[in-house]
Design a protein around this ligand. Structure first.
Ligand SMILES: N[C@@H](CCC(=O)N[C@@H](CS)C(=O)NCC(=O)O)C(=O)O
Length: 213
């Protein structure tokens, strides 16, 4: 069975759980608590699995995969149905672009290790940390909102009426932004799609829940 090294609140893990659920794949969760025991991602055992000390990692028999996008694209390759990407090359590219805006440009700036570095190295206050977080969400989400209205390809989901890679990246980032009390009023399209996505069984099943509670 597939093994997912997972932290319940990690948005990168949340993405992979959604993809696994959507493709109806069985998987075992191996919890890696990012806060307990000094951060279990730094343990020798996990460092061996992912030298980046980041979750998620997916293990398929003797193969270890890291990076949520690479993992999800692997799942797409080995289980093509239901597909996470539209068949049209242009639409495929815009879906990937949307997901990458979150994966490569929003999420890395607000990741735990970045926030911890700002706090411990530069001594920033909680308020400054929140400002930093909100700033990058605002920059990123404004562009995504504008892109969705410009493309005019949205239906109930970011692109059309089927869940795609774009929604898999949007929902966890919205969840994260809400945890950090971002004001999301300026992004009505993102909010509408997120609300719709939350009723999807693959997303409901992937919802962050602490395994220990
Ligand atoms: N680009 C990576 C990001 C992975 C990542 O940043 N994971 C976070 C949780 S969302 C993590 O493990 N953080 C641990 C830390 O910051 O020490 C992916 O998409 O998989």
């Amino acid at each position: 069975m597939l093994k997912l090294y997972d932290y319940f609140r990690s948005s990168a893990c949340f993405r992979v759980r959604i993809a696994l659920n959507l493709k109806a794949l069985d998987y075992e969760i191996i919890p890696i608590h990012l806060m307990n025991n000094g951060g279990e991602q730094f343990s020798n055992t996990y460092r061996h699995i992912n030298p980046q000390c980041l979750v998620p990692a997916l293990c398929n028999r003797d193969k270890i995969l890291t990076q949520s996008l690479a993992i999800i694209e692997y799942l797409e390759d080995i289980h093509p149905s239901p597909s996470l990407l539209p068949p049209d090359p242009y639409e495929k590219s815009v879906v990937r672009s949307f997901a990458l805006s979150i994966a490569a440009d929003i999420h890395p700036l607000n990741n735990l290790r970045v926030l911890n570095y700002l706090t411990h190295k530069f001594n920033i206050s909680e308020e400054q940390k929140t400002q930093w977080y909100h700033h990058w969400i605002e920059k990123g989400f404004s562009a995504l909102e504008k892109q969705l209205t410009t493309y005019q390809l949205s239906g109930n989901f970011c692109f059309g009426n089927n869940l795609t890679l774009a929604d898999i990246y949007l929902v966890p980032q919205m969840y994260n932004a809400m945890r950090f009390a971002c004001n999301l009023n300026a992004y009505p399209t993102l909010a509408r799609i997120n609300t719709h996505c939350l009723q999807h069984p693959a997303i409901m099943k992937a919802w962050p829940m602490d395994a220990a509670t």
